[in-house]
Each structure stands twice: as structure tokens, then as C-alpha cells.
Design a protein around this ligand. Structure first.
Ligand code: HEM
Length: 191
């Protein structure tokens, strides 16, 4: 915290207090401008001590944390293209054997990843959680395991991958619930 020196325009308590309030207003406005300039949505649950640096980065070398919403959204759009292509393929072939796979590519791949990405975009404070990176990896690794497991379970009676993948995805959902709940509590304590 910056050292505070008494204002020059008078040592009386009233001017001291108003001078101090002015300074914190200016500091707050500067932070808001920095966040807006970097197109970072303002999230009141963020701990001011952990505000992003003016270049928009959170910590040196933490590329994954910095780009967490980009990773989620990029992966989500890849799943959307794959899921839609499979849907069109099924329609053209008039063979709906892979309808469950198609549905889960779209719902777990596109919708869930997209939801996590948008949530991180809307509330940048979420990524500060120690659970944010484990939650990301559980999702991006658990999803392909689960998706490969669906046809194996459906056609080969080998449910192992589907079980492992689905448990990883459940853990990912639980972690996100915890991350979100902690953020909400922090917001309420600041409101
Ligand atoms: C180009 C886009 C898409 C095409 C051509 C397509 C096509 C299809 C086809 C042919 C089926 C099988 C219908 C049947 O069994 O009678 C299906 C099922 C389904 N689709 Fe899509 N789809 C598309 C996008 C999506 C998206 C974006 C979602 C979800 C976000 C989705 C969710 C589902 C679900 C939940 C089912 C039911 C699966 C089941 O019965 O197991 N689809 N789709």
C-alpha cells in the first residue's frame, strides 16, 4: 500500500478525510479505465490486491489462467462443428446409430465448454480460484474420454471409459459449483 502523507491544504480532520476519499475515487476510476481499456469486464468480487496488471495479464507466465475463457470457447466451437457435422452425416445417411454420441458432443462438448467459457468471461474473478485450472483440465480431458466411451459402452459392452469420463465431468461440475459459490459469497460480503 502506498504511504500516505498529510494534505497540504490543511491538517483539519474534514479536509483530511475528503482528500483521502478523493484519492481513493481517483484510484478506483483509474482501475476501471484500465479494465475497460483492456476489455476486461469489471467483477466486483475481484480482490483489488489481485487486479490484473495494466497489460491485462494476471501473473507472469500463467498463460492458461490468462486465456481460460479463450480455451473453453475455442474447444466448445470445435465440438460444435464436429457435432453438427455428425448430425448432418446421420441425416444424409439416414442412419441414427450415433445419435447419442452426436447429442453428447453437442451438449457436453459445445454447451458445457461454452458455458464455462462465458462464465469466465463474465466474471474474471473466477479464474483466481485455485480450483480453476484443475476444473479446466478435468473438463477438457474428461470430455474426450467420455465421448469415446459412449459408443464403446453402447456397441461393445465396454463401459469403463464412459464411467471414468463421466465421473471426471461430474467432478468438474462440482468444482465449478464450488468456484462459483465462493465467488458469490465474496460478492455478498463486498455488497
Ligand atoms: C447441424 C446441426 C445438427 C444436425 C444436422 C443434427 C441432427 C440430428 C439428428 C439426425 C439426430 C437424430 C434424430 C433421431 O434419432 O431421430 C439428432 C439428435 C439429437 N441432437 Fe442434433 N443435430 C444438430 C445440432 C444439434 C445441437 C447443436 C444439439 C445440442 C446443443 C443437438 C442435440 C441433439 C439431441 C439431444 C439429440 C437426441 C439424441 C438421442 O436421441 O440420443 N443437435 N440430431
Amino acid at each position: 500500500m502506498a504511504a500516505y502523507s498529510l494534505p497540504r491544504h490543511g491538517p483539519d480532520l474534514l479536509s483530511f478525510v475528503s482528500h483521502r476519499a478523493d484519492r481513493s475515487k481517483i484510484r478506483f476510476a483509474t482501475q476501471q479505465k484500465t479494465l475497460q481499456a483492456n476489455r476486461i469486464p469489471v467483477d466486483i468480487s475481484m480482490n483489488p490486491a489481485e487486479f490484473p496488471r495494466p497489460d491485462g495479464h494476471w501473473e507472469e507466465g500463467r498463460a492458461v489462467r490468462n486465456n481460460i475463457e479463450g480455451l473453453f470457447l475455442g474447444i466448445s466451437l470445435v465440438y460444435l462443428v464436429v457435432g453438427m457435422s455428425l448430425g448432418i452425416g446421420m441425416g444424409v445417411a439416414e442412419d441414427f446409430t450415433y445419435a447419442h454420441l452426436h447429442a453428447h458432443i453437442n451438449l457436453v462438448g459445445f454447451v458445457a465448454h461454452g458455458f464455462f467459457g462465458f462464465a469466465h468471461r463474465l466474471w474474471p474473478g473466477l479464474r483466481q480460484s485455485a480450483l480453476a485450472i484443475p476444473q479446466l483440465y478435468l473438463t477438457i480431458i474428461g470430455t474426450p474420454i467420455f465421448l469415446i466411451g459412449i459408443p464403446l459402452a453402447q456397441f461393445q459392452a465396454q463401459p469403463l471409459l464412459a464411467i471414468v469420463g463421466s465421473l471426471m465431468l461430474l467432478a468438474s461440475a462440482l468444482l465449478f459449483l464450488v468456484i462459483f459459490a465462493v465467488k458469490e459469497r465474496r460478492m455478498q460480503s463486498l455488497a
